[in-house]
Design a binder for this molecule. Structure first.
Ligand code: HEM
Length: 435
């Protein structure tokens, strides 16, 4: 079978790139209506994205051999300069599996349960500082919570001064690195030390230095084996041959957990509140359940938010050798993208798919690749249980601490920021009362 890319929009590549960046949901909906479950989006520099929005085909992509379809290689193109070459997100094959096996136990259920009180305290302290009676964008406030959570329970940094220093360095990276496309465009050294790329490298190196220092100090900590944080667990972890991770490996994984973990969770929380505040019936049912100590409807609310507002709309797998997908032989070099946004909005899987209805998941959690906000296969999100655990604590704590009303009559529109889908107005609301 000759390798041929599936059909797709015919606009010039630069126009498709503009639509993908600026009007992503409109463009995806349009492509899906015109070309069906599998279509090719053609972007500049010969980048061909083959979107797949059929659960059976998505399952086949996730189950496919790691060598034919490579997630690490696809991620590395954009993420390696930030995360480093040892990051689990940019590795493939045996190296990828080794890092996953070393990291996964650090997020074990029992270990996470010990973080409950810290997450509660962080949320209460944050909500106590919110002003009443004026518009408040919830997304940055959720980012403050999830960043603090990462620093305390993932990095295990106890001293406030050290957390402040780390926060400053992380902000420096995120402020200059928020537009990866601009960064890549200014990679040429001749643009001088003030170009975005050069500033990004300085901020990244400063963050790496602070983390390396933290690793050095933690290795010497007398209570290393008793500590419950992820960094300490990574330092103690051993692979199948009894080898520990090197300092550079640990550092790259810390950067990965930080950038893969805190904004995704914060944005999902912001979407949850935006949807709840615009669906008073859902909010009052949730409140009633929480007052009685239940959690089934809370879980359903989280799942429904991740369905209708997936923060990461697609995942990527680079094709190494021609691969059959849904009657097409996809050529090497293309990138196959299981499309979370489109699959989770199929009307043959979900009635009124654009509607926010947690009832659909109450008592019946989604199965298989009809719902995959955390990706899938051997690359499924390593922080999926942690993110859900955190959301299950933060949502009730916020609802308990403050009464909120939406700042605008309609739910926020979906806007792209870097590779994620975020609320266009930051999920604005107004605090009307405190408990
Ligand atoms: C609601 C919050 C989150 C969402 C929606 C999310 C989503 C995702 C997605 C879609 C992927 C790609 C999976 C694939 O390629 O199939 C991923 C990978 C990953 N995520 Fe998350 N994530 C979230 C929170 C977190 C947290 C809290 C952490 C850790 C603290 C984390 C760590 C990772 C890591 C390390 C990977 C790479 C896995 C690999 O390549 O093997 N994520 N996440």
């Amino acid at each position: 079978m000759p390798s041929v890319l599936p059909d797709g929009p015919r606009h010039p590549r630069i126009v498709q790139a503009w639509l993908w960046l600026k009007k992503p949901t409109w463009f995806l909906d349009r492509c899906s209506r015109a070309y069906g479950d599998v279509f090719t989006m053609r972007l500049p520099l010969g980048m061909d994205l083959v979107h797949v929005a059929d659960p059976e085909l998505v399952k086949a992509v996730f189950g496919g051999g790691t060598d034919a379809l490579r997630g690490g290689e696809a991620n590395a193109a954009v993420l390696e300069p930030l995360l480093g070459r040892h990051s689990v997100l940019v590795l493939d094959g045996p190296e990828h599996l080794r890092q996953r096996k070393l990291i996964l136990p650090a997020f074990h259920g029992e270990r996470m349960r010990a973080w409950d009180a810290a997450i509660r305290d962080i949320t209460r302290a944050e909500a106590a500082g919110w002003p009443t009676g004026k518009p408040l964008a919830l997304r940055p406030r959720m980012q403050a919570i999830t960043l603090e959570v990462i620093m305390r329970v993932v990095f295990g940094v106890d001293a406030c001064a050290r957390r402040d220093e780390l926060r400053r360095r992380i902000r420096a990276v995120t402020s200059v690195g928020s537009n990866p496309f601009l960064l890549i465009a200014t990679r040429d050294r001749r643009l001088g030390p003030h170009a975005p790329w050069a500033r990004f490298l300085r901020a990244r190196d400063a963050l790496r230095a602070a983390l390396s220092d933290e690793i050095l100090q933690r290795r010497r900590a007398p209570d290393l084996t008793q500590r419950g944080d992820v960094l300490s667990a990574l330092l103690l972890a051993r692979d199948d041959e009894g080898r520990a991770m090197t300092d550079d490996e640990v550092r790259d994984e810390l950067v990965t957990l930080l950038f893969a973990g805190h904004e995704t969770t914060a944005t999902s929380l912001a979407w949850t509140f935006d949807l709840l505040l615009h669906h008073p019936r859902v909010l009052s049912r949730l409140r009633a359940e929480l007052d009685c100590g239940g959690s089934e409807y809370l879980d359903a609310t989280i799942m429904e938010t991740l369905r209708v507002r997936p923060v990461v709309p697609i995942v990527d797998r680079r094709v190494r050798e021609p691969t059959r997908i849904g009657g097409h032989t996809i050529p090497a070099g293309a990138v196959v993208c299981p499309n979370i946004y489109l699959t989770q909005r199929r009307d043959d899987l979900y009635a009124d798919p654009a509607e926010f209805r947690p009832e659909r998941f109450a008592g019946q959690p989604p199965a298989g690749t009809e719902w995959f906000p955390f990706g899938g296969g051997i690359r499924r999100c390593l922080g999926a249980s942690f993110a859900t655990f955190e959301m299950r604590i933060v949502i009730p704590e916020v609802l308990h601490a403050v009464t909120l009303r939406p700042a605008s009559p309609r739910p926020a529109r979906i806007r792209r920021e870097s590779v994620t889908f975020v609320p266009h107005d930051g999920a604005r609301c107004i605090v009307t009362a405190r408990s």
